[in-house]
Design a binder for this molecule. Structure first.
Ligand code: ADP
Ligand code: MG
Length: 291
């Protein structure tokens, strides 16, 4: 997916996006980092085809998104920053089934897919509940399930870890790793540097409606990078500087790679036969937090 020189204003003469250009390839997890109000959600909403840019283009597989919006939109899934904006069905089941039904899928296939995705995200027991009565974390997982259900090629995730606990954050990380392995294009907005550091291949650093820099995911916690774009270093950076731990070492300890996933899965196989990769990462993450 490519964004070319996108401009956007909510109020005439007061642009929120001022010529944003970026690209994300299949099998790549790309982060958009930046302070609140810099335009990340606006950009993702445009990339999902929900708002038209005033100027510039969005290309999906080389095709102009707004030239063929009906066909291309089903290749794109957007997880809204606020899941409240995404949930409107009477039950969680109907919520997760909604997009599939809209696509005209037969009901037995709908059921198969709904059950698979709620199993993966560990929310099967929520199926009969009313979405608007769930906790924020549960709502976020239901909203994510409603996006993953139709298996879009492009995943746009707006602050996917905001308001989530450690276990749910691990679930998100695992979802990202799986998506990358499946060759999906993932673009996520976040202001959580450590989360971006752990999973992103590439990060666009945004400020005030423009892209200030693009860096490798493992570089987003380096002081020289943060200085250059005016972001406050996270705790991990201060600890690394104080104890003179190299950033390569931190990366090898905490970056979630394919190798990590494989090791964790094989470790877990013996102890918990039915564990999905999600459970595996989640519990390991928890162990680290506690120890
Ligand atoms: N619906 C809207 N109407 C008017 N202004 C908006 C609207 N949504 C967002 N904005 C403004 O656009 C700017 C960028 O917002 P947003 O894209 O939500 O940034 P971010 O996601 O990086 O926090 C902010 O100044 C915000 O107040
Ligand atoms: Mg936002």
């Amino acid at each position: 997916m490519t964004v070319e020189n996108v401009w956007f204003s909510y109020v005439r003469g007061n642009p929120v996006l001022k010529g944003v250009t970026l690209s994300a390839s299949p099998g790549e997890v790309v982060a958009i980092l930046g302070p609140t109000g810099c335009g990340k959600s606006t950009l993702l909403t445009i990339m999902a085809g929900l708002m038209r840019p005033d100027e510039g283009r969005v290309l999906v597989n080389g095709e102009d998104l707004f030239g063929n919006i009906k066909a291309l939109r089903r290749h794109i899934g957007l997880l809204f920053q606020d899941p409240e904006h995404q949930l409107f069905n009477a039950t969680v089941y109907d919520e997760v089934a909604y997009a599939l039904r809209t696509m005209g899928m037969p009901e037995d296939e709908v059921r198969r897919r709904v059950l698979r995705v709620v199993e993966e995200l560990g929310i099967r027991e929520l199926l009969d509940r009313r979405p608007f009565k769930l906790s924020v974390g549960e709502k976020k997982k239901v909203a994510l399930a409603s996006v993953l259900s139709y298996d879009p090629e492009v995943l746009l995730l707006d602050e996917p870890t905001a308001n989530l606990g450690a276990r749910d954050e691990a679930l998100i990380i695992s979802t990202l790793v799986k998506a990358r392995r499946a060759g999906k294009t993932v673009v996520m907005a976040s202001h959580d540097l450590e989360f971006v550091f752990r999973v992103a291949d590439k990060a666009y650093i945004m400020g005030n409606g423009t892209i200030k820099a693009v860096v490798k995911g493992e570089d987003v916690i380096k002081p020289e990078v943060l200085d250059a774009v005016g972001l406050t270093p996270p705790l991990i950076t201060m600890v690394a500087e104080h104890f003179r731990i190299s950033y390569e070492e931190i990366a090898s300890l905490t970056r979630v790679t394919e190798e990590h996933e494989r090791q964790e899965q094989s470790l877990k196989l013996g102890t918990k036969a039915h564990a999905s990769s999600f459970d595996t990462v989640a519990s390991n993450h928890g162990d680290k937090g506690g120890g």
